[in-house]
Design a protein around this ligand. Structure first.
Ligand code: GLC
Ligand code: CA
Length: 557
């Protein structure tokens, strides 16, 4: 693919659905495919181009579907394959595309492959997973699972350990085994032949392990860090090129790799135009600016200058090499308005400001369900309200084994637990926010009477309508998709500002990340306001959380 080649996916806006929390159609308290079907009109109204479905496959739900026990069937609670086929057809009829989550770094321990693999050392499926002898009665090395505890689980039956980077119910597949790769490719073809439009590839950067399995660095934690030996491992690019050659290149689709721990240099390899691996990757540096003694568990907020530096680095760093992706939130992150905005007095203004900031940049914007309503963090106050395995494990490990005060950990959970994004979608002000007529699997955010889709659809100044307008602008203005990007006012600690340019046309984007009035001397005198979250403009200052985009055209063009 040539560097500047136009592609449908470069011009798209993606909407991520977390099916369990989106809409329940049969009163069991769990969102499902029937619910998504009912809400396609809503997505059409918003104007998004691509739907990304978090996993809907058969799964014991240890990690809400990211532990798959059968890649070719639909989780019973979510519905049937017929319903899936209908969903795909209806989405296509509306001109939307649909991409699926592909979780192939690991399976569920209830997958038939693992059930076989566990039986004995000579089973034909033994090498589908990563089995190692222990060291005496200790695991093969000191690696800690990303979900807490050791990354190795002892199996009495064969007196060996298997590797699981995530929970012990998510054993890692052995990508060194050609048969595993062929099975995965065949399964991918099966879905692609149904007509899906691509894949979001779960932790794809982890599939190739350093086969020496050395101990990891320990720091203050209880276990060694496996990341340097599992992320961007020795054969990851070779595997992806093979996958591209055997599968991806045969279809007109788009791919986005969840490249956990990716550096700019690695991203250029995964998604480089000339590399024949993936189309795009998610990077996470903006999500990981604050980490402390307890890893991601902290209540610190990053400095705006740091956040700007990260976006600048990735926008400039990928220019001419790979296409960028843009996101503020997903099912693993807290709500953006609570994290980088203000979820109290300035909720609507700051939600719109953050939307402007992201959607005017260069790359594919992702909207996570409810973000377009300005939904906020869950506000849970007791551990019993949480459902997420990562959050619950981290609570126990940090409080019971590492001596962190429970109140402190509860505060960290309120800030960064994944469940903040997983409370049910707020559709209207009826009981359970219109998400279900049963008992929801996780509590609805108590602010649903104020924040809900029905209300926002009816109110032309709502966050929803603002997102809709941003999407329309992207569809109508080539400069927003293809224009070059330049960060300006880099040292300013309150304003996030940048320029986009194409063929004598320039857009100036100014976003005030604070609740203060801020003087801004860079505002162009001859500009026309393209969009703003305030109705009237002040020429020299930005009001609290103000966002404004100016368009300037050069006379000579
Ligand atoms: C990815 C998913 C996350 C899941 C993990 C293990 O990071 O986004 O939700 O827990 O992979 O599959
Ligand atoms: Ca249901």
């Amino acid at each position: 693919m040539a560097i500047n080649e136009k592609k449908w996916w470069k011009e798209s806006v993606v909407y991520q659905i977390y099916p369990r929390s989106f809409c329940d159609s049969n009163k069991d308290g769990i969102g499902d495919l029937g619910g998504i079907l009912k809400k396609l009109d809503y997505l059409e109204e918003l104007g998004v181009d691509i739907i990304w479905l978090s996993p809907i496959y058969q799964s014991p739900n240890d990690d809400n579907g990211y532990d798959i026990s059968d890649y070719r069937s639909i989780l019973k609670e979510f519905g049937t394959m017929d319903e899936f086929d209908r969903l795909l057809e209806e989405a296509h009829k509306k001109g939307m595309r649909l991409i699926m989550d592909l979780v192939v770094n690991h399976t569920s321990d209830e997958h038939e492959w693992f059930i076989q693999s566990k039986k004995d050392k000579t089973n034909p499926y033994r090498d589908y997973y990563i089995w190692k002898e222990g060291k005496g009665n200790q695991p093969p090395n000191n690696w800690g699972s990303w979900f807490g505890g050791s990354a190795w689980e002892y199996d009495e039956n064969t007196d060996m350990y298997y590797l699981h980077i995530f929970s012990k119910k998510q054993p890692d597949l052995n990508w060194e085994n050609k048969k595993v790769r062929q099975e995965v490719y065949e399964m991918m073809r099966w879905w692609l032949d149904k007509g899906i439009d691509g894949f979001r590839m779960d932790v794809i950067s982890l599939i190739s392990k350093n086969l020496a399995f050395p101990d990891g660095e320990k720091g203050d934690g209880l276990y060694g860090n496996l990341t340097p030996y599992c992320a961007h491992g020795p054969r990851v690019h070779e595997f992806l090129r093979e996958m591209n050659q055997e599968v991806l290149s045969k279809y007109e689709i788009m791919t986005v790799g969840e490249a956990a721990c990716v550096t700019l240099e690695e991203a250029r390899k995964y998604a480089g135009y000339d590399r024949k691996e993936l189309d795009t990757v998610f990077w996470f540096e903006h999500m990981e600016l604050c980490s402390g003694e307890y890893g991601k568990w902290t209540d610190e907020a990053p400095k705006l200058t740091e956040l700007k530096k990260v976006f600048d680095k990735w926008e400039s760093g990928l220019e001419g090499t790979a296409w960028n992706t843009l996101f503020w939130s997903n099912h693993d992150q807290p709500r953006v308005v609570s994290r980088f905005g203000n979820d109290g007095k300035y909720r609507e203004l700051s939600a719109k400001m953050l939307a402007t900031c992201l959607h005017m940049m260069k790359g594919i914007p992702y909207i996570y369900q409810g973000e377009e309503l300005g939904m906020t963090n869950a506000g849970f106050t007791s551990l019993e309200q949480y459902r997420d395995i990562e959050s619950i494990n981290a609570y126990h490990e940090n409080v019971e084994q590492r001596g962190l005060e429970p109140e402190k950990m509860m505060c960290y959970l309120q800030k960064v637990s994944r469940d903040n994004a997983r409370t049910p979608m707020q559709w209207n002000d009826s009981e359970n926010a219109g998400f279900t007529e049963g008992t929801p699997w996780i509590e609805v955010n108590s602010n649903y009477k104020e924040i809900n889709a029905e209300r926002e659809l009816a109110e032309s100044k709502s966050v929803f309508h603002y997102y809709k307008r941003l999407i329309e602008l992207r569809h109508n203005m080539e400069i927003i998709v293809y224009g070059s990007f330049e960060m300006i006012m880099k040292e300013n600690e309150q304003i996030f500002a940048y320029k986009r340019s194409l063929d004598g046309q320039t857009l100036y984007v100014f976003c005030n990340f604070t609740e203060e009035n801020v003087i801004c001397n860079e505002i162009p005198k001859n500009g026309k306001v393209l969009i703003s979250n305030y109705t009237e403009r002040h020429s020299e200052k930005l009001r609290p959380y103000e966002a404004v985009v100016y368009e300037v055209r050069e006379e000579s063009f």
